[in-house]
Design a protein around this ligand. Sequence first.
Ligand code: PLP
Length: 488
Amino acid sequence: MENRLKPMDAEQLREYGHKMVDFIADYYKTIENFPVLSQVEPGYLRNLLPDSAPNQPDSFQHVLDDIQAKILPGVTHWQSPNYFAYYPSNSSVAGFVGEMLSAGLNIVGFSWITSPAATELEIIVLDWLAKMLKLPEDFLSAGQGGGVIQGTASEAVLVVLLAARDKVLRRVGKDALEKLVVYASDQMHSSLQKACQIAGIHPENCRLLKATSSTNYALSPEFLSETISQDLTIGLIPFFLCATVGTTSSTAVDPLLSLGKIAKSNGMWFHVDAAYAGSACVCPEFRHYIDGVEEADSFNMNAHKWFLTNFDCSALWVKDRSALVQALSTNPEYLKNKASQANMVVDYKDWQVPLGRRFRSLKLWMVLRLYGLENLQCYIRNHIKLAKHFENLIAQDPRFEVVTPRIFSLVCFRLLPVRNDESHGNKLNHQLLDAVNSTGSAFISHTVLSGKYILRFAVGAPLTEEKHVNAAWKVLQDKATSLLAESL
Ligand code: PLP
């Protein structure tokens, strides 16, 4: 019989914590035994669990057994070395122990006073990361700017959109909301559209400008200029431009410098979303992809994607922190305190949507300290090397083509349509995706570019090695052979 579990008890925590760490370590040891993409059917869990919570405590071992038997089959294994879908979402030893410490302390650091170390470490660690990325000094905390950890890139774009909206409305009058216009390419992540919905931007004033293969799916500055001019002519107010470095579909890189100049000359807020590719820019040879970031008002990268920091950790920097604070601050009596009232401190509650916030800087700090810049650079370079290797494998098989130039660690490719029949080609690639993913031995995802169904192979899981890339390619080739034979 186990001892009754107390709400908190150091020795019980030690015992359960050790058991859980062992369970997780064993998970990582055997992770390749699971199908990468969960193969369960919708609703599978309802039949496996009771209708209501137990009245009496269950045993820890019993719960662990249920996790093994009932939960893990419904898990898609993002940390599997055979995971190549979407973009990665990295876990690491350093990120994990940092997350553990954050869970252990379990503070809620909305104001400086609620845990001074949480606020101060976040400021320092984001300054460190800004320096690793060689961001302009204006983004550092010493001036008017600074960094903040948001949960996701979606929250990052939302808070800067709100800051930009309120800033322009202070200038042109609050009744002008319906005239405000937002610009991005149609390759921009859907989070911008959601942010516009929340911010009350008229849906027809959200301009998602078509990007084509002629620019490798990057936003054309000329097209942007023309559209802004047309909007100005009819009395609209352009106020927000969002560029992406490493788009979700195909890692397209928008030309930051020229876009930023257009934004500046029109008094617009310029946000750069480098959610995935930002991590690569800590390597000197990839830093040029964010050249022009000096024109930006805000910059975002997800350390939880490809930077060994467990989810969630989305780093956002702004040049004018007061714009964020003006849009998002509240000052209720029950939160007043000397340091905040005297304006001596940062209260991160005023830089984000929720009040409560976790001590997320701990895990990023651990990642930066326990790996160091050089190891992080090697980590990124290795994935890019593996992606190049995959690209070479495709090039050797005339049945396939690489569809867009590979820039980082994502390869966009497809099985060529038989007899130039594009619609059959789309169906074929869709079937290939399903066939590969249903084997459970690799997981890839898809997109559509210029009407073509494209397969995406994103290298970036921490355990992936060349043998995993080769094995995934073999599955792709074998499945392609069967599908082509069937379609003859
Ligand atoms: N921006 C880009 C370029 C992305 O690729 C993604 C997700 O993959 C996002 C934003 C949204 O990320 P999040 O889940 O952090 O909101």
